[in-house]
Design a protein around this ligand. Structure first.
Ligand SMILES: NC(=O)c1ccc[n+]([C@@H]2O[C@H](COP(=O)([O-])OP(=O)(O)OC[C@H]3O[C@@H](n4cnc5c(N)ncnc54)[C@H](OP(=O)(O)O)[C@@H]3O)[C@@H](O)[C@H]2O)c1
Length: 291
């Protein structure tokens, strides 16, 4: 599995990570199946797992995904110390909604809860899930910087941010990673310069929803351009999609989610694919149907 440094001066992890979200939100599978999926990914060389305290059903279930990942790691026989678990704070699931809460005191309490859920003394990578429009952005980032100084988090990441916000945050603390959406249907992260800026700074860009996220994911096999390349190369449409995302910058990772072992194993196969310049250009030039 191809590896890349997670951020400036950070250890290298697998370019195909695993996003645990679908093991813990609506339509989640039984926990035993979730553990099998995580173990299959780890066995295939995945060393980056993305989670969040908010990957759960509602407020009472907060931390479900973190607890599941912690259990999977405890029960796995491989080299756990090589695996980076990245979690997030800043979103709350009151009533099952996805509400932002970036108040410093909320982030500090969320981080303490995540430490307990993950069963660790220090969180490797702690990400601000999303800026909260009702809280000055740098106050939220400042809370994460304090958590880092207190030794509760090792590296700091941002999610759902612009280049301007990344620059502002870098004035407060070193930024290891940025997690924004990127897939062939939604390319704002390229258009707004975030992928390029991360590449220039050595910041790991974690592409979320890299196959489109659920409904759009299922459209990939019938996309005219992807299916033509798939027929010619014998590769799957999801692998081609992930390889295209990975090719968008020198620091790009993908964190596909999966409830099925075969889906995750298919995705890990994308790590070592190199698309020809012609195939890359064909996917870049294609209009993907979001309807
Ligand atoms: N920071 C944020 O605001 C944010 C927002 C959204 C997501 N995320 C992160 O990004 C991760 C992925 O996002 P996502 O779930 O929205 O998008 P995604 O990974 O593009 O889509 C996940 C869905 O695609 C299916 N799938 C994945 N790989 C496949 C393959 N090779 N073949 C066939 N089907 C495949 C899975 O199906 P099955 O479930 O049936 O296996 C799963 O339901 C999340 O787990 C989370 O960690 C972050």
């Amino acid at each position: 599995m191809r590896l890349l440094p997670l951020g400036p001066g950070l250890p290298a992890v697998s370019v195909v990570g695993y996003g645990g979200m679908h093991l813990s939100i609506q339509d989640r599978p039984p926990e035993a199946q979730g553990i099998r999926v995580i173990h299959a990914g780890l066995d295939a060389g995945v060393t980056l797992i993305d989670t969040a305290n908010a990957y759960c059903l509602d407020a009472a279930d907060t931390g479900h995904n973190e607890r599941l990942i912690a259990r999977a790691l405890r029960e796995w026989r491989g080299a756990r110390e090589r695996v980076v678990v990245a979690t997030k704070g800043g979103i709350v699931r009151t009533g099952g909604r996805w509400d932002r809460d970036g108040r410093p005191e909320s982030l500090k309490a969320a981080c303490d809860a995540s430490l307990r859920a993950l069963g660790v003394e220090q969180i490797a990578l702690y990400q601000l899930h999303a800026p909260d429009p009702s809280v000055p952005f740098l106050e939220s980032v400042g809370a994460l910087a304090e958590l880092r100084r207190a030794g509760k988090i090792r590296w700091l990441g941002l999610s759902n941010v612009s280049v301007d916000q990344i620059r502002q945050a870098q004035g407060v603390a070193p930024i290891a990673t940025v997690q924004n959406r990127l897939n062939p249907f939604f390319r704002e992260a390229i258009q707004d310069g975030v992928v390029r800026y991360c590449g220039e700074q050595g910041i790991g860009f974690l592409a979320y929803s890299p196959t489109g996220g659920g409904r759009l994911t299922r459209k990939l096999p019938t996309d005219p351009v992807l299916s033509t390349i798939a027929r010619r190369t014998g590769l799957g449409a999801h692998q081609l999609c992930l390889a295209w995302v990975l090719a968008q910058g020198p620091t790009v990772f993908v964190i596909p989610s999966a409830r099925k072992v075969e889906h995750l194993l298919d995705s890990t196969g994308a790590a070592d694919l190199t698309l020809t310049p012609a195939d890359l250009a064909a996917i870049t030039g294609a209009q993907f149907d979001r309807s």
